[in-house]
Design a protein around this ligand. Structure first.
Ligand SMILES: [Zn+2]
Length: 279
C-alpha cells in the first residue's frame, strides 16, 4: 500500500514517487465537470466550481494517510444540451470518452487499479457509465461513477418538486454557489425557472427529463431561460448542508473504494482450470 504518498495531487509527485511504490491500493480520483450556461444568475463555471468544492471538502474528511491521488480536473465536458446558449463549451461524446479512457490507461500504467470519476454535471452520467464499463473490460480496473447530486437528499431542504425538477441552476446549485462562491452569483437575476416537466407530471404524463422515461432534450425545451428550478429557494445555509452531505458521502465512497478487493474483478468466470475460457 502506498501509505506514504508525498502529496494528494497526482501532478505534484515525481515519476520516481510512482516507480518506487506499489500503487495497486491507491484510489485515483478524476474530477470531471462542465463549462456551460446555468441561466441568467449563475456563471458557466458552476459545475467545475461545485465539483472542486465538494471534492476538497471530502478530502479534508479523510485520514492523512488515506491512499488517494487526485488527478487534474477536466473542466470541459459533454454539454451539447446547452449549445443554444452562448458561451457553452462542449466536447463530443466520442472524443470525451476517448480522453477519459486514455487517462485511465495512463493511470493503469502506474499499477493503480482503482479510478473514481467525481462528476458534477448531470448531462454526462450516461457517458461515464459507458467509459467505466470499458475501463473494467479492457483494463481490468475498478472504475466508479459518482456525482454529488445523486448521493444526497435534497427534498428535506427544498421540497419534493424542486428536488425532482430543479436539475439545472435551481435551488441546489444556486445554494452551493452561494455557499462556495457568493461573489459569482447575480442576486438580481435569481428567479423561479419552472421546467415544463412539472406541468407534465401534474397532468399524469409518463415523460420525464431525468426519471424512468427520459428523452433527448435541450435546455430550451424545458425552460426558455436555460435554467430549471426555483432559485429563489436557495440559501447559503442550505448550500452548506448540501456541501457537508455531499462531502461525507464522497469521503465514505473513497474509503470503500480503497478497501475494495480488486481481485474480485476476474478475467474469466471462475470455472475450474480447463473448463472455462482461458484467463
Ligand atoms: Zn450544473
Amino acid at each position: 500500500m502506498a501509505r506514504d504518498l508525498p502529496s494528494r495531487l497526482w501532478m505534484d509527485l515525481t515519476t520516481e514517487d510512482f516507480a518506487t511504490r506499489d500503487m495497486s491500493g491507491v484510489v485515483a480520483v478524476l474530477p470531471v465537470a462542465a463549462v456551460e450556461q446555468h441561466g441568467p444568475h449563475l456563471p458557466l463555471s458552476v459545475d467545475a466550481r461545485i465539483g472542486s468544492g465538494v471534492l476538497d471538502a471530502a478530502l479534508a474528511m479523510l485520514d492523512d494517510d488515506a491512499p488517494v491521488l487526485v488527478l487534474p480536473q477536466l473542466p470541459v465536458g459533454k454539454s451539447d444540451e446547452h449549445t443554444a446558449f452562448a458561451g457553452t463549451l462542449t466536447i463530443s461524446h466520442q472524443t470525451l470518452a476517448r480522453v477519459w479512457f486514455d487517462i485511465a490507461e495512463s493511470v493503469h500504467r502506474t499499477g493503480c487499479r482503482r479510478i473514481l470519476f467525481v462528476n458534477s454535471h448531470g448531462g454526462q452520467r450516461a457517458l461515464i457509465d459507458i467509459v467505466c464499463r470499458d475501463i473494467r473490460v479492457k483494463l481490468g480496473m475498478m472504475a466508479v461513477n459518482a456525482a454529488w447530486f445523486s448521493m444526497v437528499r435534497q427534498d428535506d431542504l427544498f421540497g419534493p418538486t424542486e428536488a425532482g425538477h430543479g436539475i439545472h441552476g435551481g435551488a441546489a446549485e444556486t445554494s452551493l454557489m452561494l455557499r462556495l462562491h457568493p461573489d459569482l452569483v447575480r442576486p438580481s437575476a435569481i428567479a423561479n425557472f419552472p421546467p415544463v416537466t412539472i406541468a407534465w407530471e401534474d397532468a399524469g404524463s409518463t415523460l420525464t427529463a431525468e426519471g424512468a422515461v427520459g428523452f433527448g432534450w435541450q435546455a430550451q425545451d424545458l425552460h426558455p431561460s436555460g435554467a430549471c428550478g426555483d432559485a429563489r429557494l436557495a440559501t447559503a445555509d442550505a448550500g452548506g448542508i448540501l456541501l457537508d452531505r455531499s462531502a461525507a458521502a464522497l469521503a465514505r465512497l473513497i474509503g470503500e473504494l480503497a478497501a475494495f478487493p480488486v481481485e474480485r474483478l476476474q478475467r474469466s468466470p471462475g470455472f475450474p482450470p480447463g473448463l472455462g475460457a482461458a484467463a
